[in-house]
Design a protein. Structure first.
Length: 470
């Protein structure tokens, strides 16, 4: 074999055995998990909340590892349109009741403790803005209540409307306050004289500024009310075939709905145990209107760790944060907040004062995991990508400071089969107001400052797990 042919054959064999591209630098392909990051935090005041809730708190409660909470509320009222003045006559108005409804389990404390609620008519419109520290003194006449009622949290009712919508009874508990029928008669006459003022809540407020509801007796329970309305009962006697038949009709004249102003007035005295924990550096979240936790996250360290891995063509995969929670034992079974919002501290107030939903870019929320005692923010990747793209991976101090605040989450529970949306005014005008209830298939449509019930939790920040995958 000629020598040049032998050299050519050797070259072909060498290429076949080694594979093409042996001269290229090998690339490392693996998923890197880094959970060496540490976070720090401190308890901060959150005692003033804006009036952005449909849940009205009423009652008094005291518990160790919590404190003493007194809650009552004021509310503008939405008038129903129209009031029936053609089919019903003034003389057929029989009675009037102020109804407050709470869901099954919608209370904290002792269900059988006797308490008494007192309802007042406001004497002038509520101020704007109003918040959780509002004092209603001067806005009602304490000598002239509309009515009072003693109650527990055990009387079970059944809602026939739910049977129409989905075939199931919706059960709830109810506080029913007997109000003098003159209130309904006056409103009936007012509508006949000037029906236009009932079209607009702002105009109607000049005639009927709203209500103030407080606890005039009892201690040991706070209820979270989802439906507040004035219901008028009318009785008509029809003479047919020498037989008198009595028909009873009820109409909702007024209700507290999403379209009008409602505010919980809160007075919370923190227990000495909780104050001592905070003084010792514990991270405490407490509701309503008590404490947040301010977190400092190692944002720049995460960005640098990702960018400085020169051995790989890196792809930012995910960032998650798991925070262990310690339930504080107390005599009233006050549990941890159901939801927490994680958001840059300088964005929190504006975010919660408006209608917003966490976008998983600059705001995130987590539900309490009672099985594993933790809150997990499972995907924060977009926040870091945003800093890489918009700030070239250089985080300012404000990019690292976060607020961890308790929230209530509203879910979309529109019925596709009926076409009804439970939170619209028109639905209320026909049937009454029923709030959204969360489920596994629900879509969050809004978050608000936590106001549904008292809650408290201690966060174990030392064992928090902030994990980067790339």
């Amino acid at each position: 074999m000629p020598i040049m042919a032998a050299i050519t054959l050797l070259a072909i064999q060498s290429c076949t055995e080694s594979g093409i591209g042996t001269s290229l630098v090998p690339t490392r392909t693996e998923v890197v998990s880094d959970s060496s990051f540490k976070i720090s935090g401190r308890t901060v005041d959150n005692s003033t909340l804006p009036a952005r809730t449909l849940t009205q708190l009423l009652g008094n409660i005291n518990a160790d590892n919590y404190g003493t909470l007194s809650a009552d509320f004021v509310s503008q009222m939405m008038p129903a349109w129209p009031i029936d003045t053609s089919y019903i006559s003034e003389n057929e108005i029989d009675s009037c009741f102020f109804m407050m409804r709470l869901p099954i389990g919608g209370y904290t404390g002792d269900s059988v403790t006797p308490m008494r609620a007192t309802v007042y008519r406001l004497t002038k419109p509520l101020p704007r803005p109003v918040n959780s520290m509002f004092d209603p003194a001067g806005y009602y006449d304490s000598a002239n209540p509309l009515g009072t009622a003693s109650y527990t949290a055990t009387a079970l009712q059944s809602d026939s409307l739910a049977e129409v919508l989905d075939g199931d009874d919706y059960q709830y508990r109810e506080i029913k306050v007997n109000v003098d029928r003159s209130l309904a008669v006056d409103m009936f006459r007012k509508f006949k004289q000037d029906p236009e003022i009932f079209r607009d809540p702002a105009t109607f407020e000049e005639y009927f500024p709203g209500i103030y509801v407080t606890t005039s007796f009892g201690n040991g329970r706070v209820v979270n009310i989802y439906d507040t309305e004035f219901v008028v009962y009318c009785r008509r006697i029809i003479h047919e075939s020498d037989i008198d038949t009595t028909y009873t009709i009820n109409r909702s004249y007024l209700a507290s709905t999403e379209e009008v102003l409602s505010n919980n007035n809160l007075r919370l005295e923190i227990s000495d145990n909780v104050k001592t924990m905070i003084a010792n550096g514990d991270a405490i979240i407490q509701t309503p209107a008590a404490y947040d936790v301010e977190l400092t996250l190692p944002v720049q360290e995460i960005l640098d760790r990702y960018r400085n891995d020169n051995d790989a063509q890196t792809v930012f995969n995910s960032v998650s944060l798991e925070i262990p929670a310690v339930e504080l034992v107390n005599s009233r079974n006050i549990a941890p907040p159901e939801y927490l919002l994680l958001i840059p501290a300088n964005r929190k107030d504006k975010f919660l004062s408006e209608t917003n939903v966490p976008d998983d870019v600059t705001s995130f929320y987590a539900q309490y995991d009672a099985t594993n005692d933790c809150y997990t923010f499972s995907e924060m990747r977009q926040y870091f990508l945003k800093l890489l793209e918009e700030k070239d991976g250089i985080a300012d101090p404000e990019d690292c400071l976060f607020s961890l605040t308790p929230i209530d989450v509203l879910f979309d529970e529109s019925s596709s089969s009926t076409g009804y949306n439970y939170s619209t005014y028109y639905y209320y005008a026909l049937y009454g107001y029923y709030p959204s209830m969360s489920s596994s298939s629900s879509t969050p449509i809004e978050v608000r400052p936590a106001m549904e019930r008292p809650s408290i939790v201690k966060l174990d920040l030392e064992n928090a797990n902030l994990k980067l995958y790339y």
